[in-house]
Design a protein around this ligand. Structure first.
Ligand code: ZN
Length: 374
């Protein structure tokens, strides 16, 4: 079981932005009014309970002057009172200073939603009083089976919107196993494992790429500032989004399988050796895939109690013979198979994957220090 909070950027619709801004304003107002009442009570030698603050909020909502508080979700308002309660408890216990008023300019605008005030369905998050889900940039996906328990929405000084999601994951580390694998990221095959298996780029990617290139050419022909150009741009964006969704899906399947089947996974650090200056679309996509694959492996190995070994990027994984360790003088990309001086006949990518695994294990032994182990 892991408990954590992840923060993501999101882009509200104009309606959502308006609703959230109004909520932020109400949260600040309720906090400040309750603080005022508590401060007065404190100076008169009385203490105010959360229940009393909450009853006061109900009373405010009934007045003509503050009736607008009913228009926003009540949960963030209640949460503001809970925070104030905690702040006073800390103050009374001498752990903190006396709470201060929230200012429109200086305080971070935020609102907190507990479980009853949002809906989480199939990876879509909809807040109370909103008609549609938030458009969240999932820079790092929530793990399978993760259930958000608290949502905090905020807007920073630059007007950027963020959503913090607290999750309680029911992820159990997988039982430890013996298997280890080296992974080579390549161009002809997307990835090659030291076991000899190769996973190619998905079939549809070539077609998608052609479609994207066509849409980009069409966009380039449109007159700047024209309505047609805006339309063409949204076509490009849609194709892009669909491509990355499909690619991510493919990578999730590969990485989940790797993590399930292996205790130790060795990869190269982001492979500069492949990154040439003259980048075409296919190359840009494989670079993006590798980056994503690496980051997926990093967090999935952590979740499931596996180990990720990252080999130095200058390691000549393609040039070394995995049988005898002899180093070939040069290894142009066109060479897919070669025979070493020791007589071993080697598949370029499988050989590289085997070397990556061996180098990862050697680096780990060194890092653990001499004298440890048999
Ligand atoms: Zn050899």
């Amino acid at each position: 079981m892991r408990c954590g909070t992840d923060k993501y950027r999101f882009y509200p619709s104009p309606g959502q932005a308006e609703e959230l801004s109004r909520t932020f304003g109400c949260v600040r107002l309720v906090y400040n009014k309750a603080l005022e009442a508590r401060t007065r009570a404190y100076e008169e030698g009385r203490r105010v309970s959360y229940g009393q603050s909450s009853a006061a909020l109900t009373a405010w909502k009934r007045t003509a002057e503050l009736g607008f508080l009913n228009e926003v979700s009540c949960v963030p308002l209640q949460q503001a009172l809970r925070h104030l309660q905690a702040a006073f408890e800390n103050f009374f216990a001498r752990r903190a200073r006396r709470p201060v008023f929230k200012s429109r300019k200086k305080s971070r605008a935020s609102a907190e939603y507990t479980r009853s005030a949002f809906r989480w369905r199939e990876g879509r998050l909809t807040l109370a009083k909103m008609d549609g889900p938030l458009d969240i940039v999932w820079s790092r996906p929530l793990p399978e089976g993760a259930e958000p328990s608290m949502i905090t929405v905020s807007r920073d000084a630059a007007g950027r919107w963020y959503v913090s999601i607290r999750v309680e994951e029911k992820i159990e580390p997988l039982p430890a196993i013996e298997a280890m694998v080296g992974v080579d990221m390549g161009i002809t095959a997307l990835v090659t494992f030291s076991t000899g298996e190769k996973i190619l780029n998905p079939q549809y990617e070539r077609a998608d790429r052609r479609k994207l290139a066509r849409a980009q050419r069409a966009l380039a022909r449109k007159i700047k500032g024209s309505g047609n150009r805006a339309k063409a741009r949204s076509v490009v964006a849609r194709i892009h989004a669909r491509m990355s969704d499909r690619r991510r899906d493919h990578l999730h399947k590969i990485t989940t399988r790797l993590v399930r089947e292996n205790q130790v996974i060795a990869v190269e650090d982001l492979t500069v050796r492949h990154m040439v200056k003259n980048r075409n679309l296919a190359r840009a996509i494989s670079d993006a895939s590798w980056r994503e694959l690496r980051s997926m492996l990093a967090y999935k190995t952590t979740w499931y109690g596996r180990e990720l070994l990252v080999v130095d990027r200058w390691f000549p994984s393609s040039k070394l013979c995995s049988e005898c360790g002899a180093r070939a003088a040069s290894m142009p990309l066109s060479v897919r198979e070669w025979v070493c001086v020791c007589g071993a006949s080697l598949d370029r990518d499988v050989n590289a994957a085997e070397n990556i695994l061996a180098a990862g294990l050697a680096e780990r032994r060194n890092a653990c220090g001499a004298g440890v182990g048999p």
